[in-house]
Design a protein around this ligand. Structure first.
Ligand code: M6R
Length: 612
């Protein structure tokens, strides 16, 4: 995890640019933050703090340190607690260099031991610190910067993107990447390096992504990129994407709330994008024949994206008639992947940077199965690694809890299933038009449902926050939706919540139910499924469970059983989770707010999970 940023300036001072870049990278973690620069007298300054940039800025102001070359780091703790000692930048024994790192050095223990035997003293528990001490030994051998980077690439194992700032090379940044992302941009005052183009200032219009397994030496006006064998690489610059503008919270107290209310527009924008421009064949990178002959779809994703995939499975199987499996990115590597010949993988990731999902994609590609990225970030690693691309138009999602990314992913999968059905001749153009209208209507319902229920949710907040645990239940498409609801509630309120398929209740979880345990049951518009849901609701009431239902219109029997209820407009049955999404997210949001939680940046989490 973590975000790294560096700037070598022609004449100006680098601090301002590095801090601005860091503010855009906090989605990668906020356990600690650090800054280092070399001043005009070639002195190295390092300042680090526990916590976010808000803590670093006053610390830097107090010391007024700056220079023409600087680096910054925002950390999500993996090896070692979130302490000052473990914060980056790390330094060598001679305190002459500063090192920032994103990733995990897998052979850090053995390297640490070897370096300690050579007399190096370590001051942190962090795996990253070995890079600083190794670089120190290579500098002592009087190696040139590129040779130092070469030697480091031969020694380090694991995932990394790092930047080294050294008094021995006071005008150069030494950078390298292996699996973790790193990009570089040319500004009019110097060169920027960062984990993500988001960290580059708006004026930058040319940038490049460092190829995997490469390193570079960067000055204020030039850079040379090499592969790990030492060959000079010719990497083309591309136009920097100017669309990624992170607007503020506006009148909203939290980004999460703003993003909940942006969902209708996000779905409409996403649909608009799909309806214009490229054909479905171009988007998927598959021929008409290949789409017609598809035998199997494998979906991979993590967290909320995995839940969207589970809902999408129902669409792809029932509408597009393609056998579909959904896999957690982190579990995929431990399984035996036996793809059929005519197979495609859909990798879902809001950020397009989730390491577990990227790793799964790499494995899929080894089997020569084409990959379609379903992501919110068109320039992400996932988008660049994939053969096809479906870009949701949710706009930047800042809150750690995913909201509008989820709803646009679900809308995309519904649209995609129908597009495949259209290519296969299972539906006609008129039905496709109806599908798009349905999606637009459900986007409006999502918003309208919040307006109807928000006051009653707020009125009962004292009751809702008094519960220590929550059980969520659903059936068919509302089962994965229940999984998403449980994730949302636990993530931002820290209340223990668990989701089950309503039918599974009697196979064990019912033992948990009594008057102190609230059960939130998501109903389903389909009559036959609804009947089963009513039976499950009765099972809860028979054990005195406190029953909260998200019901569809006209479901009187269920409403009679409920202690609290929210009646939803739902549209087509398969889209019922989408229609319920806003109210479910709002419910979780106001509970967390009432409990005084750090909603946009929950404890222990980060927006993008870039470690495996
Ligand atoms: O960027 P991704 O969609 O790949 O992220 C996957 C998960 O880390 C993410 O959905 C996470 O579960 C959210 N914080 C949930 O709200």
């Amino acid at each position: 995890m973590c975000g790294v940023v560096g700037f070598v300036s022609k004449h100006g001072l680098a601090q301002k640019n590095v801090l601005r870049g860091l503010s855009c990278l906090e989605y990668r973690g906020y356990d600690s933050t650090g800054f280092a620069c070399i001043d005009q007298q070639s002195r190295l300054h390092i300042q680090k703090v526990v916590g976010s940039l808000n803590n670093l800025i006053p610390a830097l102001e107090a010391k007024s340190i700056d220079g023409t070359i600087a680096i910054g780091h925002t950390r999500w703790a993996t090896h070692g607690m979130a302490t000052l000692e473990n914060a980056h930048p790390h330094t060598d024994c001679g305190q002459s260099l500063a090192l920032i790192h994103n990733g995990i050095i897998e052979n850090h223990q053995i390297l640490r031991k070897q370096l300690q035997q050579q007399g190096h003293t370590f001051t942190s528990e962090s795996d990253s610190e070995v890079i600083a001490h190794l670089a120190e030994t290579f500098i002592q051998e009087q190696l040139r910067p590129s040779a130092i980077l070469q030697k480091l690439s031969e020694t380090l194992q694991g995932a990394y993107a790092y930047i080294i700032l050294s008094q021995n090379f006071p005008n150069q940044l030494l950078i390298a990447r292996n699996r973790s992302p790193l990009c570089l941009a040319i500004g009019k005052d110097g060169i920027f390096v960062a984990s993500d183009p988001l960290a580059f200032p708006e004026q930058v219009d040319q940038m490049l992504f460092l190829p995997d397994k490469s390193y570079a030496v960067v000055t204020h006006n030039e850079y040379q990129i090499f592969d790990f064998v030492g060959n000079l690489l010719d990497v083309q610059l591309e136009k920097a994407d100017k669309l990624v503008v992170v607007s503020g919270k506006g009148d909203y107290e939290h980004y999460m709330l703003k993003e909940i209310f942006e969902q209708k527009q996000a779905i409409l924008r996403t649909l608009y994008e799909y309806k214009s421009g490229q054909t479905i064949q171009e988007r998927l990178g598959l021929s008409t024949q290949a789409i017609k002959e598809l035998e199997e779809i494998t979906i991979v994703g993590c967290g909320t994206s995995f839940h969207a995939g589970l809902i999408g499975q129902f669409f792809l199987e029932s509408i597009a008639q393609v056998a579909t499996t959904v896999q957690l990115g982190s579990e995929f590597r431990h399984k035996t992947f036996l793809p059929r010949k005519k197979s495609v993988c859909i990798a879902i990731s809001q950020s397009g940077q989730t390491a577990d999902t990227l790793e799964a994609v790499e494995l899929v590609k080894q089997h020569k199965v084409p990959v379609v990225a379903l992501t919110n970030v068109a320039q992400s690693s996932l988008a660049r690694e994939s053969n096809g691309l479906l870009v949701t138009q949710a706009g930047p999602e800042i809150a750690v809890a995913s909201t509008k990314a989820f709803s646009t992913q679900v809308a995309t999968l519904y649209w995609l299933a129908h597009q495949i059905a259209l290519v296969k001749g299972l539906i006609d153009n008129t039905s496709m038009l109806q599908v798009e209208q349905d999606l637009e209507a459900v986007a409006s319902m999502l918003e309208a449902n919040i307006a109807v229920h928000k006051d009653s949710i707020v009125a009962d907040l004292d009751l809702y926050v008094s519960f220590k645990n929550y059980i969520f239940l659903g059936r068919h498409v509302t089962y994965p939706f229940a999984l998403e609801a449980a994730l949302k509630l636990k993530e931002i309120s820290y209340i223990f919540s668990q989701a089950y398929s309503a039918g599974e209740l009697k196979h064990g979880p019912l033992a948990l139910v009594d008057a102190t345990v609230p059960v939130i049951l998501f109903s389903h518009p389909d009559e036959s499924i609804y009947k089963k849901i009513v039976a499950n609701a009765q099972e809860v009431k028979a054990r005195k469970g406190f029953l909260i239902v998200f019901a569809c219109q006209g479901q009187e029997e269920l409403l009679e059983l409920a202690d609290k209820s929210f009646i939803m407009q739902t549209g087509p049955a398969l889209l019922s989770p989408l229609a319920m999404t806003g109210v479910m997210q709002f419910f979780c949001y106001v509970l967390a707010k009432k409990m005084g939680r750090s909603i946009d940046k929950p404890r222990n989490l980060a927006k993008s999970v870039t470690v495996e």
